[in-house]
Design a protein around this ligand. Structure first.
Ligand SMILES: Cc1ncc(COP(=O)(O)O)c(C=O)c1O
Length: 407
């Protein structure tokens, strides 16, 4: 693509072209193009956000005031907030409680799990490298990987998470043919977006063994890892990892607030160093200093326990509403945690149906956007039970049931 820039009408135009990899990335739809167009008042079953009353806005405001009262102008400068420097320790302690004890040089604070994905991809993937994803997977991760390589290979997810047998068979085939194997395998092993599925313990161990055998790195996105609605939470891959094969991506977005942009990576110090080299946000964030102050003022364990109850009740409600309002031919997988339910409408192209649903007053995310090829997933849609209150959620699912029934 050629870009022409210069002052209009002055004849001082410059023409330049992007490097080939940028040209390639620009051929895809722009980031977020999957987000359905919703008008005011549409019931947003598409929204993967925490419910508004769960966001501790007043407490964060109080933490901001306390921070500024204590540190004055310091958090507004580069590198000089004492609070900011305590954040890695807080995140390390939280991770250690989940079996992921680590040294300071193995942990890096980031602007969310999304930045971990971006930095891992940037540090590890050249334009000829292969990256493996789940089918379906988090669509923003697909957007990130496409920025670095066109070679994305996908393996199915079932109710036990990533189909590790399919991965193993494909790896063996690739090796036998002398072909490339993936350098990075990206998995949302716990309470996956969009399916809600969780990888079984046996598959986790097998995936780690395969990583040793074939030499790939696992990027474990644990954005929903603490939001399980059963008695036990899954053990992260990183906690089972004996050979530093896993880059762990944690996030406070789903349990506190996405807008503060706090996440973290845990990985081998050399991988952390490579990712850090590319992390050019000058090592400081006012929001992260505020988050530190906030975290020090609360009992995060108690908050997560409360959220598990709240979201668990919303999940139950969503299951009940689907049973009540969906016509025959519509099926779904019961999520063990997270924010979403993955719904299948046999014979329906959900992207084509979306304008009718929006017209009726309800939005969802069509399934195709969660697949690397955007062809699979036609009959699926992702509904969120995290964001809406009970009565609105009921209206939304009822309307959606009517749209399906009329189809
Ligand atoms: C699987 C998954 N990973 C990462 C993110 C983004 O997390 P963060 O806000 O920490 O960047 C999301 C948000 O929806 C997600 O669903």
């Amino acid at each position: 693509m050629l870009v022409v820039i210069g002052p209009a009408g002055k004849g001082l135009l410059h023409v330049f072209s992007f490097p080939p990899e940028v040209d390639r990335a620009l051929r895809y739809p722009p980031p977020g193009a999957w987000f359905p167009p919703v008008k005011q008042g549409t019931i947003r079953l598409n929204a993967g956000y925490p419910f508004p009353a769960s966001v501790p806005a007043q407490e964060i405001a109080a933490a901001t005031q306390a921070l500024v009262a204590k540190e004055l102008d310091r958090p507004f400068h580069y590198l000089s907030s004492p609070a900011m420097r305590r954040l890695p320790q807080l995140l390390a302690a939280r991770s250690a409680a989940r079996g992921m004890a680590c040294d300071p040089d193995s942990l890096m604070v980031t602007a969310g799990a999304a930045q971990v994905i971006d930095l891992a991809a940037r540090a590890l993937l050249g334009p000829d490298d292969l990256v493996a994803v789940e089918a379906p997977t988090y669509m923003e991760a697909l957007e990130i990987f496409r920025n670095y390589t066109p070679h994305i290979v996908a393996y199915p997810v079932d109710s036990d998470g990533l189909d590790v047998d399919a991965l193993a068979a494909d790896l063996a085939g690739r090796r036998a043919r002398g072909g490339r194997v993936p350098k990075l395998v990206y998995t949302i092993a716990s309470f996956q977006n969009p399916t809600g599925a969780t990888m079984s313990p046996a598959r986790r161990r097998r995936l780690l063994d395969l990583a040793d055998e074939y030499g790939f790195v696992i990027l474990e996105d644990d954005a929903y890892g603490e939001l399980g609605y059963g008695a036990e939470l899954p053990v992260p891959l990183r906690a089972l990892d004996r050979s530093h094969r896993v880059i762990y991506a944690g996030s406070l977005s789903k349990i506190i607030a996405p807008g503060l942009r706090v996440g973290w990576a845990i990985a081998h110090p050399d991988l952390i160093r490579a990712m850090w080299t590319y992390k050019k946000d000058l090592e400081h964030s006012f929001a992260q200093a505020v988050m530190t102050q906030y975290l020090e003022s609360i009992d995060l364990g108690a908050r997560v326990a409360w959220l598990r109850q709240e979201y668990g009740a919303r999940r139950e409600l969503m299951m009940d509403l689907l049973r009540r309002y969906m016509p025959a031919g519509v099926t779904w997988q019961e999520p063990g945690g997270g924010y979403f339910v993955w719904v299948r409408a046999a014979g329906v192209d959900t992207a084509e149906m979306l304008p009718r649903a929006v017209e009726a007053g309800v939005a969802y995310v069509p399934g195709r956007y969660f697949f690397a090829d955007e062809v699979a997933g036609r009959e699926f849609m992702r509904l969120s039970f995290s964001f809406l209150d009970a009565s609105v959620m009921e209206d939304g699912v009822r309307l959606l049931g009517q749209v399906f029934a009329a189809n």
